[in-house]
Design a protein around this ligand. Structure first.
Ligand code: PMP
Ligand code: GLN
Length: 401
């Protein structure tokens, strides 16, 4: 049975270019829309519901007042690129040249899209770990590349060495990595990164690493950048963003750090995609990076998130939602298989509409394995009262089941 809306949609398809026909609405937009529609507590899309730091908001207001309101240089403001270089010196112990190796983009999302367009030729293969961040596969397809998927297996998200090796070949162009990993909360170990690096060297591939959750680590887990492994600085593009670290997902200030030839390739497309990222927010993020260490910001940030994590874990546990403890990020996956739902999408819709707590069904982050159907993702970047409201609704549901 086709509704009028389905028919109208079908009629519009021929007007779309073939490359976009297979793309659906992002699961983040869909679930936030459903959460609003049902007045549910929104633990789906990953964004903080608490304010950004006051000193950081003041820096943005000051930048606007100081008339930093025209285009920034396409590669990013000089002050921000210097601040990124100083930060990378501390966190990675690597020197990057702000003029030739650092580019500011509209969030990590733009950096991911640009670098894939800049490096992948039609027919090239891109190794992607699933569950994957939602833009990696479409960005690869737009470039004409073919995703080669390697599954991180639940519940411990382990990487099968034989499966990893089998994904690499002469056709591989690059490997797309995300650590700490959304949605599983996995932090790749040095041993796993070494295995990936060894394959990149063996097949002379490039690597892109998305490290937007670098400061969100729990239980003493350590974040290791792939670029710090032997032989990898020359072949790795490291992507990061202010979104998560400074609770400003709406500012869309991200960056890519890469050797000069890869940076040159990235900038050739970046200039035609957005030209530059928001000028006043670049100044504010520069100030954030400059001042964060002396303000003790990163430690407080991590400690505050550790408290939020424990709250959500205990709520999910009490409601019988079998949380899997994350090593990093601000997400918890839970095993919904014993609950009798048909799949994760049915579960997430039910929880949003009937229980009043929205989560993300992760099956759209998988293309090979069907493990996602047994899982749900919950975001804990939320105020205590938001987590408390979610906890109450989950407990009530659990009592009445
Ligand atoms: N990569 C990952 C793994 C993410 O979870 C997100 C979502 N915030 C992004 C990239 C996008 O980051 P940005 O907001 O900087 O575009
Ligand atoms: N990264 C966020 C998440 O995983 C969402 C980003 C977006 O909505 N594009 O939920």
């Amino acid at each position: 049975m086709h509704t009028a809306a389905d028919k109208a949609q079908a009629a519009r398809i021929p007007r779309m270019a073939e490359r976009v026909r297979g793309f659906n609405e992002s699961v983040f937009s869909e679930m936030t829309r459903l959460a609003i529609q049902h007045n549910a507590v929104n633990l789906s899309q990953g964004f903080p519901d608490f304010p950004a730091p006051e000193w950081l908001k003041e820096a943005a207001r000051e930048a606007i007042a100081a008339n930093i309101n025209q285009y920034a240089p396409s590669q990013g403001s000089a002050r921000l690129r210097r601040a990124i270089a100083a930060k990378m010196r501390t966190t990675m112990g690597i020197e990057w040249d702000p003029d030739t190796e650092i580019t500011v983009t509209n969030g990590a999302t733009e950096a991911i899209y640009d670098i894939i367009q800049a490096l992948v030729n039609p027919g090239d293969e891109v190794v992607i770990f699933e569950p994957f961040y939602d833009s990696y596969v479409p960005a690869t397809q737009v470039a004409g590349g073919t995703p080669r998927i390697v599954t991180l297996h639940a519940p411990d998200w382990h990487l099968d060495r034989a499966e990893l090796e089998a994904a690499f070949s002469e056709r591989t162009r690059l490997v797309m990595l995300n650590t700490p990993h959304n949605p599983t909360g996995k932090v790749f170990t040095r041993e796993e990164l070494s295995a990936i690096a060894e394959l990149c060297l063996r097949f002379d591939n490039l690597a892109v690493t998305d490290e937007v959750y670098e400061h969100l680590l729990f239980d003493g887990n350590e974040h290791i950048s792939l670029a710090t492994l032997p032989g990898m600085r020359e072949r790795t593009v490291t992507i990061n963003s202010a979104s998560k670290t400074f609770s400003v997902t709406g500012w869309k200030v991200g960056y890519a750090v890469a050797p000069p030839d890869l940076t040159d390739a990235l900038r050739r497309i970046h200039q035609f995609v957005t030209f530059c990222s928001c000028a006043p927010f670049q100044e504010a993020v520069a100030q954030a990076l400059e001042q964060a260490p002396e303000r003790g910001y990163y430690n407080t940030f991590r400690e505050d998130y550790a408290v939020r994590l424990e709250t959500l874990l205990s709520e999910l546990h009490s409601a019988g939602l079998k949380p899997i403890r994350p090593q990093g990020t601000f997400f918890v996956m839970s095993d919904i298989s014993p609950l009798g739902f048909e799949n994760d999408v049915q579960f997430a819709r039910y929880m949003t509409a009937e229980v009043g707590v929205a989560c993300i069904p992760p099956s759209s982050f998988y293309s090979v394995s069907d493990e996602g159907k047994r899982l749900a993702r919950w975001c804990f970047a939320k105020k205590p009262e938001t987590l408390a409201a979610a906890g109450e609704r989950l407990a009530r549901w659990h009592r009445n089941r």
